[in-house]
Write a protein that binds this ligand. Structure first.
Ligand SMILES: NC(=O)c1ccc[n+]([C@@H]2O[C@H](COP(=O)([O-])OP(=O)(O)OC[C@H]3O[C@@H](n4cnc5c(N)ncnc54)[C@H](OP(=O)(O)O)[C@@H]3O)[C@@H](O)[C@H]2O)c1
Length: 255
């Protein structure tokens, strides 16, 4: 049974990936993972490909175990893994509660790495992995500190993983877009200091990011930014001192 596993399938980018994979066809099933089963069932109803809605809280290690057990039982041929579950919170270190900081690290880093390691044994040649990082991964971001740091982890993890699994014919792409019009901002603003970041320039539609990311993964790219502004940011972060980029960010986010 050829399947795709998409985390974060109840909303935003994850949902756009599911729709895009459905349009592309060739899969027997799509397994969506998120906490809101109802949202995923609504999505499943509009697809041609059968979709399973796996209601799991990926912050909990037992959720990864449950998914691992299910794959052991059913032995699917996982053609595509997309790790899109993730969230950020605006605010400085002092604005964050302990659960906000821990859950961000647990979901964006631990769950992504553990889920990937659980899925790869069920992938064969031609398997595709898309780890949804962010342009926030290219440099530290005051006021969005923990989130940017978690995405830097995922970017580095993805790049090294690409080399580790290349001999097995699996292609890993780190997807590093800028702002996307999803529920992300609503979740991010819901903190003690949600006004730390006020504008989201060049925000893209999730459908645009999903189709560009899948295209660039198919082209074998290690990293994709999915847009020109994020590509400029990536290039600038390689050549300019990070303290200069942080100073620009500090100015821009206050406008
Ligand atoms: N939007 C942006 O500006 C932007 C930019 C760059 C990168 N990204 C990244 O893109 C990815 C998708 O975000 P989005 O923009 O689509 O935001 P979104 O609309 O808020 O979607 C986030 C998804 O993550 C899932 N999720 C959150 N906590 C979870 C948990 N504990 N267990 C399982 N699933 C969980 C949510 O599902 P439930 O709530 O149902 O669990 C939802 O499906 C994230 O990794 C984000 O960091 C976003």
């Amino acid at each position: 049974m050829k399947i795709a596993i998409v985390t974060g399938a109840s909303s935003g980018l994850g949902r756009a990936f599911v729709r895009q994979l459905d349009r592309e066809g060739g899969l027997d099933e799509i397994w969506g993972v998120a906490r809101r089963a109802g949202r995923m069932e609504e999505l499943a109803a509009e697809l041609n490909t059968p979709m399973r809605a796996l209601a799991l809280d990926l912050v909990k290690p037992e959720s990864i175990e449950a998914l691992k057990d299910r794959m052991e039982e059913e032995q699917p041929d996982v053609r595509v893994l997309i790790n899109a579950a993730g969230f950020g919170k605006f605010g400085t270190y002092a604005d964050m509660t302990l659960p906000e900081t821990s859950d961000m690290i647990d979901l964006n880093c631990k769950a992504a790495a553990n889920l990937t390691a659980a899925v790869i044994p069920h992938m064969g040649r031609g398997g595709r992995v898309l780890e949804i990082c962010s342009s926030a991964s290219f440099q530290p971001l005051p006021g969005f500190n923990v989130y940017a740091a978690t995405k830097a982890f995922l970017l580095h993890y993805s790049r090294a993983l690409r080399w580790e699994v290349a001999p097995r014919g699996i292609c890993v792409t780190a997807v590093c877009p800028g702002w996307i019009k999803t529920e992300f901002m609503k979740v991010a603003r819901d903190t003690a200091n949600g006004r730390t970041v006020r504008h989201y320039p060049f925000a893209l539609r999730p459908e645009t990011v999903a189709s560009r990311a899948l295209r660039d993964n198919r082209l074998g790219m290690a990293v994709t930014t999915c847009s020109l502004p994020s590509l400029v940011q990536r290039t600038a972060s390689k050549f300019l001192p990070h303290c200069f980029i942080m100073a620009c960010w500090e100015g821009l986010r206050r406008i």
